[in-house]
Every structure is written in C-alpha cells, then in structure tokens.
Design a protein around this ligand. Structure first.
Ligand code: FSX
Ligand code: SF4
Ligand code: F3S
Length: 362
C-alpha cells in the first residue's frame, strides 16, 4: 500500500484465512467454480501488483467510503492489498503540489501499465470549469491520464453514467467516463454506491484473466449486473400472489409484502443486491423494507423518480384479484421489462384463480 495512505481504519494485517475467504467470496460473486479459487489466489498474491491511479471528480465519495467502511474488513483490506494505490486523493495523507507531482510521476513511470479508477462524473459545460483539482478541470485530467492507462474502471453511477449531477437539467453537463474516453477498455461498476464485492470481483477478474469480465451493453459486468433485482428478490412470491405494501408501516409492510406499490424499481433494475447483499449482515434495501430506487441504472434520478411512486405501465394483481389498468406515474417507459412483469403478474392471478382464492372481477 502506498506510503501516502492513512491506515488507521484498516486492520493492520490480513490473515491468510481472511485472504482466502475474500478470494472465495469474490470467486462466488464472479460465478466461478471452486477450482478457480487457486488461480485467483495466485493472481492476487503475485508480487507484481498493478499500479492504480484513482481519480475523484463530481461525487460524494460514497464509493470510496463504502469500500473502506465495508463491515467485512477483509474485503476492504484485500482490495488495498491487491493493487498498488499510487494516487488516491481521499486516502493520501499528503496534499497540494506534493501529490500532484505523484500523479505526474506515476502516469509517466507506468505509462500504458496502470489501472485508472474513476470515481465521480465529469462536467463538460463551459469548458468543464465546474470541477477543478490542482488548477486543472476534471476534463483536462481525464484526457491527460486516460490515454496513458492500460484500462479504466468507472466506480459508481456518477463515473459510469453521470449520476446525481447529471439529473435534469444537468447544469454542469456532467457525463460518465465512456462519454469522453473512447479508445480504452472501460468497465462500469455502477451503484450509488456500488457493492464492494462487485468492485473486488472486477479487479480480481482483471488480475486473474488479464482482461475485464464480460459486460452488458451498458458496460456493466454481467456477473454482477446480469439479473434483474425483481427476478431474485425474496419478496417476489408476494408480488406474484398480489400481496402488496400499500403504505409504509401498514400491515403488509410489517408482514414483508412486495414493495412495488410504494415505489420499488426492482422490476427495472439490474444488480446482484438480493444475492450479494450488504454490510456483512445479510441485508439490502428491500430486505429492510425500502424499495429499490434503481441506483445501478443510467439516469436513475430522472427515470426512477418519484422514488415512492410505482413504475408506470404495469398491470398488477390487487389483493382482491382485480387487475388494475396501467398507471401514468413518472416518465419511465418500461418496454420489455413491463411486459415481462405483466406476464409474471398474470401468472400470479392465474394461480390465485386456480386455487379459488379469488373470483374474476371481484
Ligand atoms: Fe456517485 Fe460515488 Fe453515488 Fe456518491 O463517489 S455513485 S454520488 S454514492 O460516491 O460517485
Ligand atoms: Fe421485490 Fe421490488 Fe420486485 Fe416486489 S417489486 S418483488 S419488492 S423487487
Ligand atoms: Fe441500489 Fe436498488 Fe441495490 S437502490 S443498492 S440497486 S436494491
């Protein structure tokens, strides 16, 4: 780890057991079989750690915070042990000219070899003046650093798609890295913030196979973003059977019913949250009673809001078996996802009818 880092919040040493556990968690998240764990361990223990330059632009630093405050300290520690973090503005003890020199030195010394991690969006309006570090705009910095990097990981929804600052009317013209840099391998690990395991898995895959994992059309690794939340949510049986929370705090909420009608965007959101969960205590937003707000999706501040209104255009089974027509709430157009959800809902109604639980038209 770089001499510039504060180390107080991290365990001084990662035990062998903790190390192997971290590798096993990442291998499982990557969908790799047990036989692959030794290969991952070998890559992770290579003395040749890739130098990493970690840039911060328009964001809240939640991505770094969640990574380092991971209640699973081994995961945070493993990430920092895997890479040689040569430049990271939040973690560096130094400041000003001294660290700017470190950045210059690092990108020259490791020209074409370092991994660039970008956290935060890049403002493009008015010459990019809305985010400046050391007298340079974020736009200038990314254009200077990216061409010298081997590959880029955009961590968080801001660096991936623009995030909160790109919300309408996007006053600073904020965009994600892929909108600026076109000729480097770039992978998006969105989420506001993303799950540390998704980032760890991406890094481990890169170290082990010398390339990024397969992605979807939005540049997100399929191992973490290949499934819709709605399709592996533990409340899904309630959706299918038409049991919904109508208001926060009502009986249905206390019983753990589906949160769709109080705004859950799980049917339109791709992420591993229900499977990987957070904070090492086996929870995720929906499990603790709050709908998913779609934080891994592009423009979710616009397309997924109002956050407490249901997605429009979906036919739903009510508790009494009546099928309600499409609502016009928010501005999201659901397309294929809506059709898929409607089919599931219809199946649920069908089951209820077959069971004789409700009469048609009731
Ligand atoms: Fe964005 Fe990350 Fe949301 Fe915050 O840095 S993804 S605002 S959690 O912290 O970039
Ligand atoms: Fe789970 Fe949300 Fe889908 Fe309901 S709508 S099943 S709470 S993901
Ligand atoms: Fe984000 Fe939804 Fe997961 S809000 S953290 S994608 S449950």
């Amino acid at each position: 780890m770089s001499r510039f880092l504060h180390q107080a919040d991290l365990d001084p040493k990662l035990s062998r057991r903790g190390f192997l556990k971290g590798c096993a968690i990442a291998a499982a998240a990557l969908g790799l079989c047990d036989e692959m764990v030794p290969k991952i361990v070998e890559a992770a223990t290579s003395p040749k750690r890739p130098p990493v330059v970690w840039l911060h632009f328009q964001e809240c630093t939640g991505c770094t915070e969640s990574l380092l405050r991971a209640s699973h300290p081994d995961v945070a520690r493993l990430i920092l042990d895997l890479i040689s973090l040569d430049y990271h503005e939040t973690l560096m003890a130094g400041a000003g000219k001294q660290v700017e020199e470190v950045l210059d030195e690092t990108i020259k010394k490791y020209d074409g070899k370092f991994l660039c991690v970008v956290e935060g969006a890049i403002p493009t309006k008015d010459g990019g003046i809305y985010c400046k570090i050391g007298g340079k705009t974020a736009l200038e910095i990314i254009k200077e650093v990216a061409p010298k990097s081997a590959a880029i990981i955009a961590i968080g929804t801001c660096a991936s798609f623009g995030g909160v600052q790109a919300a309408k009317p996007n006053p600073t013209g904020a965009v994600g890295v892929r909108d600026i840099i076109k000729d480097k391998p770039i992978i998006n690990v969105p989420g506001c913030p993303p799950n540390p395991i998704s980032f760890l898995g991406t890094v481990l895959h890169y170290l082990t196979f010398k390339r990024f994992p397969t992605t979807d059309q939005l540049g997100r690794p399929l191992f973490a973003y290949g499934r819709r939340i709605h399709d592996h949510c533990e409340r899904r049986p309630h959706f299918d059977e038409g049991r919904f929370v109508e208001r926060f705090g009502d009986e249905g909420h206390r019983k753990g019913y589906c949160l769709y009608k109080v705004g859950c965007k799980g049917p339109e959101t791709f992420s591993n949250c229900p499977a990987v969960r957070f904070n090492d205590v086996d929870v995720w937003p929906v499990s603790v009673g709050h709908g998913c707000i779609g934080c891994t999706e592009p423009n979710f501040w616009d397309t997924m809001s109002p956050f407490y209104k249901r997605l429009p255009g979906i036919k739903l089974p009510f508790g009494n078996g009546i099928v309600e027509g499409a609502d016009e709430v928010g501005e999201k157009v659901l397309g294929v996802a809506a059709a898929a959800v409607a089919v599931h809902a219809a199946v649920g109604i069908g089951k209820r009818l077959i069971k004789g639980g409700a009469k048609e038209g009731e």
